[in-house]
Write a protein that binds this ligand. Structure first.
Ligand code: DON
Length: 352
């Protein structure tokens, strides 16, 4: 009698287990729900953990060579993730619109490649890390290409000078329209940032004139600096920035609008340049610790790309010596390490 009952109990357990597996699915089935969220709850928990861990970190200081940036509230702190299947996760100050600054350089590079092809852009700009600060004059003198790469100021101003148009307005509107298509919504210039930077950008004008001496700028130097200053003053919030990153993670296709905004053949050139020079003279340390293509801006934003999966954007105004947001670096490093997102890790790219 006892044996019959125990067999009956085992049978009930087996049936229960079968129903549970079929209905809920094993962990690997959940993995397939989203390429970026093996388990959305897990990603959210890790981002929250990082946010709490670094929330009170007040290391670094706001950029102050652009007066507007010095008075941005340094406590602002926002994190956004957008996956290639357009899942969005946000935490903190994600609605605050800050200036995109050097992150714009990624998208002007994409537009220049769209217009000219990647070979011509490579010939005219180059792609060597300078190992020097982003606004270095000696780098322009010493680098064989003078322009260095599209992400240092000199190379970025030269990249902007490649954009075609009948006049300055047409070139600028083309750039702004392109950024908006990448963000999946209309972006606008923060006029106060533009005015503040335009009044204090003698250094960039000097770089442009130096490039002219080497014949490495391809339109009027001061016009190019002005358009470049406008592109750096475009306002974005963390979520818009994460979506701009997700376009790169998604082979150039905007996961929200479905538009192929950047040619997929251009994406590897952009990501490799981000890996080598995205954080300027902090890029080697970043590659060592994080191993993801990323780009920083002195406005306090950083985007990091996980190819095929998605992008994370963090906004926090306090910067380190190289001009990279301190908390943004820490949050991205923490999240990427926990989720094993690293271009150079065999287990991360599916080799192990
Ligand atoms: O030209 C400049 O100096 C700024 N508009 C952009 C520099 C920047 O964002 C460097 N990034 N970390």
């Amino acid at each position: 009698m006892f044996r019959i009952r125990s067999r009956f109990v085992s049978l009930i357990f087996a049936a229960y287990f079968l129903v549970a597996v079929v209905c809920v699915g094993p962990a690997s089935a959940q993995t397939k729900r989203s390429p970026v969220a093996p388990n959305r709850e897990r990603v959210e928990a890790i981002v929250r953990e990082a946010y709490d861990k670094f929330r009170s970190d007040s290391t670094g200081k706001n950029a102050d060579y652009i007066p507007y940036l010095a008075q941005v509230d340094p406590r602002l702190f926002g994190v956004a993730i957008v996956s290639t299947d357009n899942q969005v996760f946000e935490l903190g100050d994600v609605n605050y619109s800050f200036s995109i600054q050097s992150i714009s350089k990624v998208y002007t590079l994409a537009l220049a490649m769209e217009e000219l092809g990647y070979d011509k852009v490579f010939q005219r700009i180059g792609s060597e890390p300078t190992g020097r600060p982003f606004n270095s004059v000696p780098a322009v003198v010493d680098m064989p290409t003078h322009t260095g790469n599209p992400f240092v100021n000199a190379g970025a101003i030269a990249t902007t000078s490649l954009i075609s148009g009948r006049n300055e307005d047409e070139k600028w509107n083309k750039i702004l329209d392109f950024y908006s298509r990448v963000a999946g919504e209309k972006l606008v210039l923060i006029d106060e940032v533009y005015k503040s930077e335009a009044a204090t950008n003698a250094g960039n004008k000097a770089l442009a004139m130096l490039l002219a001496k080497y014949e490495r700028i391809y339109a009027d130097p001061f016009e190019s600096v002005d358009i470049y200053t406008k592109q750096c003053s475009v306002g974005v919030n963390a979520t818009q920035l994460a979506r701009m990153g997700a376009v790169l993670a998604n082979n150039g296709r905007n996961p929200a609008t479905g538009e192929q905004v950047i040619k997929s053949e251009d994406v590897p050139y952009i990501l490799s340049t981000m890996t080598m020079a995205g954080l300027y003279d902090g890029s080697g340390s970043w590659a060592w610790h994080v191993g993801l293509p990323a780009k920083s801006g002195v406005g306090g934003g950083i985007i990091a790309i996980v190819p095929g999966k998605g992008a994370i954007a963090v906004f926090s105004p306090r910067l380190d010596e190289a001009g990279n947001s301190v908390r943004a670096q820490k949050v991205i490093e923490f999240v990427a390490n926990k989720l094993d997102f690293n271009l150079f890790s065999p287990s991360s790219v599916g080799l192990k």
